[in-house]
Design a protein around this ligand. Structure first.
Ligand code: ADP
Ligand code: MG
Length: 580
């Protein structure tokens, strides 16, 4: 993938003044670090070996200067550590929020393909690594560049042969760093994969914990988890082994350099080409040269991880939503709710064969139609074309005579209420969940909607009434109660078109009765499409449409269809036989 450099750097823009200040401070701090040993050298060499009558005075002076420098150095380091990380964190936060906004825009087709766990790691872990790169990258570069070049120049001025001797070691350190760097990167990548595996396992088991317990399969899950856990342990062991070997090799080299400097330095003192003060200074500076090279490993790991994080971020940002609002969208003043499905074909991206082809259907404003047919015939799919969860492959869907692709997407979806078999509620209170239907609704409106959905009584029986917490995904409620909240949500939304997709299929007879009642009152005055599995529930529909794998094969009232003795009669009789 071509790396989007401009985009990468654009995130610095809002923080440029602050970040440049951080970099300048890092530069100054590194400069001070370089100067301090020079002052020591000045004391030991020029002051103490010079005129001793003024020496004490000079020592105090230099001590004062050193103290001032050390204070500046520490304040500077504090500023760099604090504000540098803050800049990184701010950039990370900007990018994360941009990514989340984009994820909200992406269409159903995207979520059909992606795994939640993986997306989560992109939003959290990947971006954290990116933030580290954003500020540490330039900071470390400034710091180590100044130290390395500075130390080299100073050493060169003190003693050329000794500097060259130290220099001979550097390629070895560089080579070792490169070698271990590669190994460490591989190890880290494996670590990440293993963590992802553990996360996937964890997510799967915990979301399905009720199934696990129902089947008494805790031991099976423990076994699966431990397997992942051990694999992770193994990969970490390997990482630590690589790191320990690496740091030790570098340590040995640093010791070798120190010994070399001591031996050759001392020999030079004997030969009178070097003095003791210079030797001490030399030893102090050698570390400054070695450290940056040693740090290269860490920096390049960080670089690589950050870049990968950014690329994974851009992969998602580059995806366009399949379904998007048109710019100069048509405004519908008053929605009547007439739906025209005109010669529509539709195929899911992942499938070769279309779910249906050349299908047409006209639903009048306020009409109550039922959609029936065998499982997998495409009833849910057909209904999902109306709110544009997916766009048609061919043909068009019209609302009040306007192609729905010409409408504003939010306007369109605000006109359509969907009640499904699977109810998704968010963690939070009853009030918050019902208000999801219309964020501007007052408490009184929420209560009124709950009453219409036959939910008010059970809500009042909850420990905190409307302010009761319903648990993650509403686990503290029964299936029927959850469904009633989801219906209240739609009452509050007040759409002109209603889609009831097997809304009562998962319920027991008793809740079904109560819910059917509220669904009927919800359907009043709205164009309604009911998908029902139990045909007894749709007997009174104005029109029943039978959808099979061949498309729409029959339509009419219950009695008319029964007397035709076709597909509907067959479906109906099959259920009749099953029941008795
Ligand atoms: P029905 O509601 O009539 O039972 P669906 O509309 O759910 O049928 O499904 C129709 C066909 O489309 C089925 O073959 C199903 O496997 C397929 N299908 C449904 N949803 C998706 C999806 N998100 N991605 C790919 N294929 C799908
Ligand atoms: Mg369905």
């Amino acid at each position: 993938m071509h790396f989007p450099i401009k985009r990468f750097f654009s995130y610095y823009r809002p923080y440029l003044p602050l970040f440049v200040t951080v970099l300048i401070t890092a530069f100054i701090v590194s400069g001070i670090t370089l100067v301090l040993p020079l002052l020591v050298r000045y004391i030991t060499k020029d002051v103490l070996e010079g005129d001793l009558s003024v020496a004490l005075h000079k020592v105090y002076w230099i001590g004062g200067i050193m103290l001032a420098l050390v204070v500046i150095q520490n304040l500077g380091t504090y500023f760099v550590d604090y504000k540098g990380h803050e800049v990184g964190a701010r950039m990370e936060s900007d990018i994360r929020s941009e990514l989340f906004q984009h994820l909200q825009k992406l269409s159903f087709s995207f979520y059909d393909k992606e795994k939640t766990g993986q997306l989560m790691s992109r939003v959290t872990n990947d971006l954290f690594l990116l933030a580290e790169l954003y500020h540490h990258g330039p900071e470390d570069y400034v710091k180590y560049f100044v130290r390395f070049v500075g130390a080299f120049v100073i050493l060169f001025f003190i003693n050329v042969p000794l500097t060259l001797a130290v220099f001979l070691f550097l390629p070895v350190i560089g080579f070792l760093s490169l070698y271990f760097n590669k190994k460490e990167n591989e190890a880290l990548r494996r670590n990440k994969e293993r963590i992802a595996d553990i996360n996937a396992q964890l997510e799967d088991t915990l979301s399905g914990i009720r199934v696990v317990k129902t089947f008494a399969n805790e031991q099976v899950e423990i076994h699966k988890f431990n397997r992942e856990n051990l694999r992770f342990l193994e990969s970490r062991r390997n990482t630590y082994k690589v790191e320990a070997t690496f740091y030790n090799s570098i340590q040995i080299l640093i010791q070798l350099i120190t010994i070399t400097v001591v031996v050759f330095g001392s020999a030079s003192i004997v030969n009178q080409t070097l003095d003791l003060a210079d030797l001490i200074t030399f030893l102090l500076y050698v570390g400054y040269m070695v450290e940056p090279i040693q740090r290269l490993t860490h920096m390049s790991t960080q670089f690589q991880e950050g870049i990968t994080g950014f690329q994974r971020f851009m992969e998602i940002m580059n995806l366009k939503p399949d379904v998007e609002s048109q710019k100069d969208a048509v405004k519908l003043s008053e929605v009547e709710g007439e739906i025209l499905i005109n010669k529509v074909s539709f195929r899911y991206e992942s499938h070769l064969a279309p779910v249906f082809s050349n299908l047409s259907l006209h639903i009048k404003p306020g009409e109550y139609v039922a959609l029936v047919g065998p499982s997998g015939a495409g009833k849910t799919t057909l209904c999902s074309l109306i709110p544009r969860f997916y766009d048609v492959t061919e043909g068009k869907v019209q609302l009040d005579g306007v192609d729905i692709r010409k409408l504003d997407l939010n306007d369109l979806r605000n006109e359509i209420g969907v009640v499904q078999q699977d109810v998704y509620l968010f963690a939070g209170t009853v009030m918050e969940n019902v208000r999801y239907g219309n964020s501007e609704a007052t408490d009184e409106e929420v209560v009124a909607a709950a009453k219409q959905a036959n939910a008010h009584d059970f809500i009042m029986d909850l420990p905190n009434g409307y302010h009761s917490d319903i648990g993650q995904r509403g686990v503290k409620l029964s299936g029927g109660q959850k469904q009633r909240l989801s219906i209240a949500r739609v009452f509050l939304k007040n759409p002109s078109i209603l889609i009831l997709d097997e809304a009562t299929s998962a319920l027991d007879n008793e809740s079904e009765g109560v819910i059917k009642e509220s669904l009927e009152s919800l359907a009043k005055g709205r164009t309604t499409i009911v998908i029902a599995h139990r045909l007894s529930t749709i007997r009174n529909a104005e029109r029943i449409i039978v959808l099979t794998n061949e498309g729409i094969v029959e339509e009419g009232t219950h009695d008319a269809l029964l007397s035709r003795n076709g597909a509907y009669a067959q479906l109906y009789n099959k259920q009749f036989e099953l029941q008795y």
